[in-house]
Ligand binder design. Sequence first.
Ligand SMILES: Cc1cc2nc3c(=O)[nH]c(=O)nc-3n(C[C@H](O)[C@H](O)[C@H](O)COP(=O)(O)OP(=O)(O)OC[C@H]3O[C@@H](n4cnc5c(N)ncnc54)[C@H](O)[C@@H]3O)c2cc1C
Length: 312
Amino acid sequence: MHEVIVIGGGFSGLAACLELERRGVPYLLVEVKRALGGSLRSQQVNGLWLDQGAGAFLDTLPNDFWDELGLADQRISVREGVATLRCGMGQLIEAMAKRLRGPRLMQTAVSSVGALADQWGVCMENGVMIAAPRVIVAAPARYAARMLVNPLPEAIPTLADFLYSDIVYVSLVFARDQINERLHFFRDVAYVYAFRVEDPARAGAGQVLFHVALRFHPQAHDPQAIVDYLTETVELPPPVAWSVGHWPESDPLSVFHDDHSERMAALMRLLPRRLALVNSDYTLEHSPHSGIVRLDERWSAAQEAAAKVLAE
Ligand SMILES: Cc1cc2nc3c(=O)[nH]c(=O)nc-3n(C[C@H](O)[C@H](O)[C@H](O)COP(=O)(O)OP(=O)(O)OC[C@H]3O[C@@H](n4cnc5c(N)ncnc54)[C@H](O)[C@@H]3O)c2cc1C
């Protein structure tokens, strides 16, 4: 019997599962995709780990967090207070997933959550329904808006009203001596944020890795065209390795609205007993660190979500 159903296996959902596991509470994790990680995913190209999603995080979680995941020596500094991992952000997801003993339903989309006497009925798109006393929805607002029509009709306008931007993440690796003159090439394109890593453990010996987020690129659907655009228009040498991740609905722009914090706080007050909502979309404050994942916020929000559903 599952005490809690966790919907969504990104960092927030996995963090909630870790917290439930720490408290000895049986749970079931449901994820729509083939792989865990949500917007954190890495791919190996020519022996180098490149991120298709966010590639760095604010390095503020305590050492215990990294020790427990066996990643204490895997952090690589990007700049002061910001780090990445030796094998990309996917390494974090893999380490978290390894520590989870609970069952997982993969490639299973949750379509709705509804009240069933003193339980929640979680309906999957394949027609199966599973009941549990407590549910943590760890999915972005645009999906939560569809799932929560029945138990939370008054929250749907807020959930459905998120504005997202279209972002393309480009990872490019060059031989260091070929790029000396162009270390700041991204300033010539409309970038959202960018960072570079020269640590050989991540970029390879004598190489430099760039991670650049571009907004509204007209050829976002064609990865090769984006790399050609950068190498030709911005005059870069051919990269040693590259990858492109396109996120048509990412980076909620709603956090730039003046009343975002109030709207999120009001949304949280609407949540019924034994149901929690946790995801980077529901962050209360606009982060001054654009593109740098606030793992600390996600981690504490997931712990609070677990505590909320268990206390009620
Ligand atoms: C372009 C971009 C920029 C970003 N910039 C920042 C930033 O500046 N700061 C920051 O803190 N974060 C940022 N992020 C988000 C960052 O990646 C997340 O904070 C972090 O990865 C935590 O993710 P999450 O678990 O909250 O959400 P997600 O990674 O979105 O995970 C949600 C999970 O729910 C699953 N799911 C969705 N619907 C269903 C369903 N119906 N049934 C089952 N499963 C479902 C998804 O497949 C996914 O695995 C950015 C992300 C992107 C893509």
